[in-house]
Unconditional design. Structure first.
Lengths: 365, 113
């Protein structure tokens, strides 16, 4: 089976920095000036990425109509909380999988499908292409990943060759795209979404570094024309200072398996999950949760001291960590720990006992 | 807020070097009170892309003689060059890029040095 293109939430970088840094300035056109509107009001944005259309064997002919990765982002001041929707999610309004919504009814149907699945208001959309994603990743100097086992997949018809060894890897844009497309392991699409969350976190962190801004300027200038979006430049421009302190939380919508290859929204879990995830604020008191701290010895000692001072039970584990983050399915504990360590919160699909805080060298950069 | 002596001296040195090469509208911003993670920006305009490159070269060469090298940067733009000297980040821009991106406007509350 051909792996379908998916993508990605680099929207954050694009959304927050895109207009600011990349928009070409047509010489005769009226200059777009940043509007100092203060903190952006709460806003729901659907971010999706188009796959590639193949006209024949080995013949890609441009962006396709399917969007295998769909995220719902809620922006509120300097906070971004985003939920991934699996590609196989059944959407009644589409009459099929949610990844077909864009092809059948454009961005409007995609937004309606996301609203239906989440019960949340989707005001805007941003549909990316694979190339624009790769360019942005290259502009920030690529990303680091850690593979427990080799990642291999070949699809000659699609001209897709994935062959990454196990261990720590530095991936350029093209390879990072392959890494995020891969879904041929035991957890399939869920693991793919978790990988995307990891890459997004890194890209956003790197995009906060002024050294990447000129390169991002060029990359986004190239890529902006490919995007389908109704975001206005003025509101994007106003957010540049906020990008420096942006707080990011990422999770996946709870789903259950159903007939055929469809997934269905887990109605029982959805309401509680969304209320907790989008409503979670760091509690005043430390959460009663066990924390596993992973990383290098010096960072473990620092993190342990911090947690002990908070009265939180902690278990240490030496490990190679390529990106620092908090992992938990508990949104309240996650919010507390993410706030304590100034780290993004990533809620993976795989169950996590308590919470895991990973501390890597990126903290020191 | 206490200024780091070395950083402030470096800001002054960078401004002098830029003026030597006829950089325009050289402005230094103290961002520490308005940003959690930025310290100082020096922003300057070049009159053209060759002038931009000349400013970059001059600054790099002179500071390297003093043992200072910028941290590696991913790619550059013909309109905007960033040189990162740790606490002090230098933005060299064409007038059009400077007006368009308006870094000083974004950090309008920052103290000017």
């Amino acid at each position: 089976m051909r792996p379908r293109l998916s993508f990605l939430l680099l929207a954050l970088a694009l959304f927050a920095l895109g207009g600011v840094l990349s928009l070409p300035r047509p010489p005769k056109e009226e200059a777009v000036r940043p509007k100092r509107v203060g903190i952006l009001p709460e806003l729901g944005v659907v971010v999706a990425a188009r796959d590639i259309e193949y006209c024949g064997y080995h013949t890609p002919c441009g962006p396709g109509s399917r969007t295998d990765t769909v995220f719902y982002l809620r922006l509120r001041g300097q906070e971004v909380r985003a939920v991934a929707l699996p590609r196989d999610l059944y959407s009644p309004v589409v009459g099929g999988k949610i990844n077909a919504a864009y092809g059948r009814g454009g961005a409007e149907l995609l937004k309606r499908a996301v609203e239906e699945a989440t019960g949340l208001l989707a005001e805007r959309h941003l549909v990316l292409t694979l190339q624009s994603v790769a360019r942005v990743i290259d502009a920030v100097g690529g990303v680091e990943v850690y593979l427990d086992r080799p990642m291999r997949y070949t699809d000659r018809a699609a001209k897709l060759f994935i062959d990454f060894p196990a261990g720590r890897l530095h991936l350029n844009g093209e390879d990072a795209v392959k890494y995020m497309r891969f879904r041929h392991d035991a957890l399939g699409d869920y693991a793919r979404l978790d990988r995307i969350k990891g890459v997004l976190t890194q890209v956003l962190k790197k995009a906060q570094d002024p050294r990447t801004w000129p390169a991002l300027t060029g990359a986004l200038r190239e890529g902006w024309r490919e995007l389908d979006t109704d975001l206005s430049l003025e509101e994007v421009l106003a957010q540049l200072p906020a990008v420096r302190g942006l707080k990011l939380s990422l999770a996946t919508l709870p789903t259950r398996e159903g007939p055929g290859t469809f997934l269905y929204v887990d109605e029982g879990a959805r309401q509680g999950f969304l209320a907790a995830f989008f409503g979670a604020n760091p509690p005043a008191l430390p959460p009663q949760v066990s924390v596993r701290l992973r990383g290098e010895p010096s960072l473990l000692r620092w993190g342990q001291a911090l947690l002990v001072r908070e009265g939180i039970e902690v278990v240490l584990e030496e490990a190679q960590v390529v990106r620092s983050a908090v992992y938990t399915q508990d949104p309240v504990a996650g919010a507390y720990l993410a706030d304590l360590f100034h780290l993004p919160l990533l809620s993976p699909h795989l169950p996590v006992a308590g919470a895991v805080v990973e501390l890597g060298q990126d903290l020191l950069q | 807020m206490v200024k780091t002596k070395e950083a402030v001296e470096l800001v002054g040195r960078i401004k002098d070097l830029l003026w030597e090469k006829k950089a325009e509208k050289v402005v230094a911003l103290d961002l520490r009170a308005v940003s959690e993670s930025l310290d100082y920006f020096v922003v300057a305009s070049a009159t053209s892309t060759p002038h931009l490159q000349a400013l970059e070269r001059h600054l790099q060469e002179k500071l390297e003689e003093e043992g200072l090298r910028p941290r590696p940067t991913e790619g550059q733009s013909p309109r905007w060059v960033v040189l990162d000297y740790g606490e002090v980040v230098v933005h060299l821009m064409t007038p059009e890029a400077r007006e368009y991106y308006d870094l000083e406007g974004f950090w309008a509350d920052a103290e000017r040095l």
